[in-house]
Design a binder for this molecule. Structure first.
Ligand code: ATP
Ligand code: MG
Length: 180
């Protein structure tokens, strides 16, 4: 599985359609303070289902929509599309290439898509569950995360380990089955 590219429109500082390709190997993103480096990492977290505006340095979700600048009007919609190479079927899906997209409008309407088909947040969560790359995973470590892990309670730390080990999915299935 490999992150191939991300396309961002109207998300945070990216007013214009911006596509960033991630070729094989390591990619470094460099730029002056405030140029949008962290916004790229946040766009990746957002499209994978991040639900907390606070984790995206905002107070409410529509804060992620481009809010205008000295010479540009604000926009009405944010859209992010993530392209993943899934030839090795690391992500449990029959598709060799996965396109995961999320859209949000100022009125709060939002939608998720997997390979151009509209789906629920739950489907996006299921897709990434136990892959180590989804919502709340440790594949993206933001400023402050390291201290958070070090200071977390044993039970929280256990859930991190369960997630990394891949047993979290089965615990969730068990809980659902017990409720039914
Ligand atoms: P640093 O090197 O300081 O970490 P950075 O490159 O990570 O900087 P970001 O934090 O990604 O920079 O980008 C911050 C910029 O994004 C700020 O200029 C801020 O005004 C802009 N920004 C954030 N949200 C929005 C929004 N909704 N609309 C327009 N611009 C936004
Ligand atoms: Mg930053």
């Amino acid at each position: 599985m490999q992150l191939k590219s991300i396309e961002i429109i109207g998300f945070k500082s990216f007013a214009d359609k911006t596509r960033i390709n991630f070729p094989r190997g390591m990619t470094g993103i460099v730029g002056p303070n405030g140029s949008g480096k962290s916004n790229i990492a946040e766009a990746i977290r957002w499209v994978m289902g991040e639900q907390s505006a606070k984790n995206l340095r905002g107070t409410k979700m529509p804060d992620v929509i481009f809010s205008g600048s000295a010479d540009r009007h604000s926009l009405g919609m944010a859209s992010v599309i993530l392209r993943l190479d899934n030839h090795d079927h690391y992500v449990d899906s029959p598709f060799d290439e996965l396109l995961v997209a999320r859209k949000l409008f100022r009125n709060g309407d939002s939608a998720y898509f997997i390979n151009d088909k509209q789906c629920r947040l739950k489907d996006v969560n299921n897709l990434f569950m136990d892959t180590g790359i989804g919502q709340g995973s440790l594949s993206i470590i933001s400023q402050g995360n390291v201290e958070e892990i070090i200071n977390s309670k044993p039970i929280e730390r256990r859930s991190i380990i369960e997630n990394v080990a891949g047993v979290y999915k089965y615990k969730q299935h068990k809980l659902t089955a017990q409720k039914e």
